[in-house]
Write a protein that binds this ligand. Sequence first.
Ligand SMILES: *Cc1c(COP(=O)(O)O)cnc(C)c1O
Length: 442
Amino acid sequence: MSPADSDSSLPQRPPSVDALARTIAEHVELPAPLRVRCARMAIGSGGPDFAASAIALAQNLQLTMVQPVINATGVLLHTNLGRAPHLSENPQTVRASSLEFDVATGARGSRQSSLSVLLSELTGAEDAVVVNNNAAAVLLVLAAIAAGRDVTIARGESVEIGGGFRIPDVLEQSGARLIDVGTTNRTRTSDYRKAIQKRGNDVACIMRIHPSNFHIQGFTEQAPLEELSQLGVPVIADIGSGLIDARCQWLSGPPPQWLSQEPAAAQCLQAGAALVTFSGDKLLGGPQCGIIAGSRELVAACRAHPLMRALRPGSHVVAALQEVLLSYINKTVTTDIPFWQMATTTTEALQVRGEKMATALHQQCGLNAQLVPTQAMPGAGSTPGAFINSFALSLTGNHVAQLRKHRVPVIARTENGQTLLDLRSFDTRDDEEVVHALTLLK
Ligand SMILES: *Cc1c(COP(=O)(O)O)cnc(C)c1O
């Protein structure tokens, strides 16, 4: 060893890329090419502590990988956690799919014809088409039926949904012109009528947007869909949250209270909306996608628009959505769709689960967790202000950062110095893993 190497006051000579990649391997599980990449970046950063910076880079990369987590936040459709949880994927045989193949004739088929039938059956629409998300659905509808023309929107509905989805901006991108009507808190049918009369044939449609993640209270008024649909231009209703039918006939009991304020596709179409648009991964409980359902003619205009090719969903999404829609038709929603399983589990069942977990914790490591009543939320901007009663394990102190570092990250929340793990937002098959994570807390 040369004298310079042992003198820590002098800058370290960078190690070889291979040596540094081997150091990373001792701390972080990553494929070799990615370890080499992190090693090179660390050397490029100029030190002084090459090993520490290489390990930090590798750990960072590993943490940013999409990975399964346990959602104990109590927000069932958590936007940062991928909204509706996935149907469990059982590894089936590896086969191609009949995505664009007509099995009956052997000719090329449409990738969405089954979805159109299933969605029409469930919503009463004449036709339906599916795109990548609801933002894309709104964009496509406006581009297909209102480019170069006017669209009237109530001032109180010109909203930003989150993630940068702002109605006026999407409208501008589509080539349509926004015509504000009414006031922030109150908009009447007569406001729309006046705007339409003034502009004559320039108004392509009335757009209604569900404010989703906020809620104006007090002196408010919204024009009923039934009235708007009599004004002679098509009404497009962006309901966002994706409740398919307010009667919830796929549940065994009556519709739950927390859904009472939620607009639903079937009822909006029945009230006269020409089209509804909504997300697949909110209350529907399916994969990320956007659904456009309603008038045959307007859906056909969307399907024929050049943007359709850019916005169409992939085969995995088509297959997953088909499965979810079939669950609605077969009324197996509460057993097949994770969101609906979680949303409809009884509080008694949650209490039994929680007591078992608290007992196990006490026996395994003497940890005292309390079981406390909580209010879980459907989430994803649906049903703002609505709660579903729930139970949570409550521990003294703030442990959220440590729980995030568990081998399956557990995402919890804190309230008044307590760490709360809400049982409604994760599956009972993860109870043991959560108990395990808690036994490791110091
Ligand atoms: C969530 C939401 C959107 C955006 O839907 P994505 O599927 O996230 O693109 C648009 N409009 C409304 C009313 C929404 O609630």
